[in-house]
Write a protein that binds this ligand. Structure first.
Ligand code: BTN
Length: 235
């Protein structure tokens, strides 16, 4: 696995996409930055990326031709992060689709982008922002975000955390490309947050009770007692 390190990037995601588009990657090439000036989250939000404390990286995956389900890469990545953090003593849950939580606070965000390269190949860039040693957050995030240090009261060796997360991520994605997401559903359900609670959509409407996810990673919501399950959206 080639790891390209930068002190300062706009976004590891943008750099990794450039490399993937040019087909300039080796197997599992990963771009890591100490700081991002334009770190991006889902829904166009900024990703808080101060220097010297956290992990920001984007791994380039090359899915096989038969693989058609790019969004579940995020689910598999969330499982990989949760597994790696458990090795460091933190019990995590996953809020569908792919927020990694400790308690009800977010410790890690994941963003993936699929595309085609100049040589006709396909890529998926999987971006991960993991709060490791950050001690506080800007007001808009405080109360909703956490870090490994804030949860345990001790600082972590970022290199050791990076190594374990990259290894877990590569393993999970290899498994995903070989066997599909159905083989990871049970693992996902075992740490899925908010099961049995009400699902409220982006418009604020309560759609029913969260039941789990299906084989394609879609959220299953139960509408009323005994009525059918409704698969909700993708990302
Ligand atoms: C989310 O909103 O939950 C997703 C956050 C993803 C942040 C990571 S940090 C590394 C990579 N580079 C980016 O600009 N974003 C992702």
């Amino acid at each position: 696995m080639k790891v390209l390190r930068f002190d300062d990037l706009g976004s590891t995601q943008d750099r990794a996409v450039e490399i993937a588009r040019d087909a300039g990657d080796d197997a599992w090439t990963t771009v890591v930055a100490d700081r991002q000036s334009k770190g991006r989250g889902r829904k166009g939000d900024a990703w808080h990326s101060p220097p010297g404390v956290n992990l920001y990286f984007s791994m380039i995956a090359r899915p096989p031709d038969a693989f058609e389900d790019a969004p579940v890469v995020n689910h598999a990545a969330a499982l990989a992060v949760a597994r790696a953090l458990s090795e460091h003593g933190l019990a995590c849950a996953i809020k569908w689709p792919n927020d990694v939580l400790v308690g009800d606070r977010k410790i890690c965000g994941i963003l993936s982008r699929a595309g085609g390269d100049d040589k006709g190949g396909r890529y998926i860039v999987c971006g991960v922002g993991l709060n490791v040693n950050v001690k506080d957050f800007p007001p808009e995030l405080s109360g909703r975000a956490t870090s490994m240090l804030m949860e345990t009261g001790r600082a972590f060796d970022r290199e050791a955390v990076l190594e374990s997360v990259l290894e877990a991520l590569r393993e999970r994605l290899e498994l995903l490309f070989e066997r599909g997401f159905a083989s990871q559903v049970d693992d996902y359900l075992s740490i899925m947050a908010h099961v049995g609670e009400s699902y409220v959509d982006a418009e604020g409407e309560a759609l029913g009770e969260i039941e789990g996810i299906d084989r394609r990673g879609r959220l299953l919501v139960r509408r009323g007692a005994g009525s059918e399950l409704v698969a909700v959206g993708r990302m």
